[in-house]
Design a protein around this ligand. Structure first.
Ligand SMILES: Cc1cc2nc3c(=O)[nH]c(=O)nc-3n(C[C@H](O)[C@H](O)[C@H](O)COP(=O)(O)O)c2cc1C
Length: 447
């Protein structure tokens, strides 16, 4: 079969543009109203998207006076979205730094059961420095230590998800036997960070394990993805860096003795779409005019771990020396590299930099006709930059609707996107194999 694209809808606020929440075309619903998320997921399902995705931060941003976020806790939201949809995959973010593996394994296994096998976990180590203040206040765990702890976390959750063999449940009312005890096992994990006896107190999930998604792009983040991820979200402002990332990550996956096809790479794409390019650009300008550079300045500071940019003038060209070096950043290291590479390449003023980050926080943004967007998608897909896209509509739901009704049919006509769901689970939509258990199933007793 011809290789086809995978499309994930990234739901964020009332759209990915920082000022989208104020735009008249954005949803009138409150961002705490579950119908908003259910409606978006249903629209994405009608358009045959593979999945939806919710990001998460564990502290209130500095910009709450002028900007809303996606407020509801993602695992809880997905449970409500699961019962309002049938086929679409559902991906929630949760942190390895600020959760216990037993709780997290249980929550995602529950979601996988609730959704009949449609759940994915976006594994994050939580870059936001202020999150530490909500979890014991011992200061932010360093970038390296977060990934180190994340590694052990993964070993524990995988073992917990595998702790029930596929055939452990009999549920036989006549004989009075519910489970085969020999087909369950403790995990007896004793590590540097975690001590977990197991087994999980729940039967194995419909997908074996939730689909594992990851979005760290630093060197350590890429190596972590190569070992664990089945889909990778990534942010690029240029096709060339997306191609370099794609080649590098697929190489790292092969070096871990995994098939490069076992990991889908999905860069972010935030398209403003209209019937003419001039109209798409006018819409982009209209939303940009609603944004406030002081919100951008606070967000920039958050990305750089709280670095103070308050003295930087808005209208002089920026220099790399205006920023701390990425290697010293304990927060979102790879995103600071994306920002610095833009500064080196284009020498924008702070006002221009903040305007370009306002659109989609360092992901690729574009304004054009449906044909132009379809051409761009096809170009990245065929030129080794992407296996699909994390679609980030600048204004929701309007730009999702335009993408679904005008761009997707073009992709379908070119044979690049499905015309019906074939599978039922997220694993099937993504064409991923059943996960290999960490235990030797054959060695277990058949009782
Ligand atoms: C599309 C996308 C979504 C992300 N979502 C989250 C999120 O919800 N929460 C979070 O703490 N980090 C999120 N991240 C950040 C990464 O998980 C990672 O922490 C960050 O890039 C820093 O790690 P790195 O230096 O290895 O890249 C996201 C990144 C991308 C590209």
């Amino acid at each position: 079969m011809k290789r086809q694209l995978h499309l994930n809808l990234f739901i964020h606020g009332r759209g990915h543009h920082e000022a989208a929440w104020r735009h008249p075309a954005a949803s009138p619903l409150a961002l705490t109203d579950i119908r908003y998320y259910q409606d978006l997921a249903q629209r994405a399902e009608a358009a045959l998207f593979d999945s939806i995705f919710l990001a998460d931060q564990l502290a209130l941003g500095e910009d709450v006076a002028q900007a809303p976020r996606t407020w509801l806790e993602p695992i809880t939201v997905l449970a409500a979205v699961a019962v309002a949809t049938q086929r679409i995959g559902l991906i929630a973010t949760a942190s390895t730094t600020y959760s216990e593996p037993f709780n997290l394994a249980r929550q995602f296994a529950s979601l996988d059961h609730i959704s009949n096998g449609r759940v994915g976990w976006n594994i994050v180590t939580s870059w936001l420095a202020t999150a530490a203040g909500n979890f014991g206040d011992a200061g932010q765990v360093s970038h390296a230590d977060r990934y180190d702890r994340g590694e052990e976390f993964m070993a524990v959750v995988k073992a917990l998800w595998d702790s029930w063999a596929d055939d452990a449940v009999i549920d036989d009312r006549a004989s009075g036997r519910y489970a085969r005890p020999g087909r369950l096992r403790p995990i007896n994990h004793k590590g540097e960070y975690y001590q977990v006896a197991g087994p999980l107190n729940m039967p194995r999930c419909p997908q074996g394990r939730p689909v594992l998604v990851q979005a760290g792009s630093s060197d350590t983040g890429r190596r972590f993805a190569a070992r664990h991820a089945e889909a990778v979200f990534t942010a690029h402002m240029e096709k060339a860096t997306a191609q370099a990332f794609y080649a590098d990550l697929k190489g790292l996956v092969a070096a871990e003795s995994r098939s490069p096809d076992a990991v889908l790479i999905l860069p972010g794409l935030s398209p403003m779409i209209a019937s003419t390019e001039a109209e798409a650009q006018r819409l982009a300008r209209e939303v940009n005019e609603l944004s406030d550079p002081e919100v951008g300045r606070k967000r920039l500071s958050g990305r750089f771990g709280g670095h103070d940019f308050s003295d930087l003038p808005l209208d002089r060209p920026l220099r790399p020396e205006d920023f701390p070096p990425p290697s010293s950043i304990e927060a979102a290291r790879s995103r600071t590299e994306v920002i610095l590479s833009l500064v080196r390449r284009e020498r924008p003023t702070l006002r221009q930099l903040l305007a370009s980050l306002a659109s989609a926080r360092g992901h690729f943004t574009t304004a054009g006709t449906p044909e132009q967007i379809a051409d761009l998608i096809e170009g990245w897909f065929t030129d080794g930059a992407a296996d699909g896209f994390n679609i980030m509509p600048p204004v929701l739901p309007t730009m999702l609707e335009t993408f679904s009704t005008q761009v997707i049919p073009l992709l379908q006509r070119r044979g690049l996107f499905r015309t019906a769901y074939e599978g039922k689970s997220l694993r099937e939509h993504y064409h991923l194999a059943w996960p290999q258990s960490v235990f030797d199933e054959a060695a277990l007793k058949a009782v």
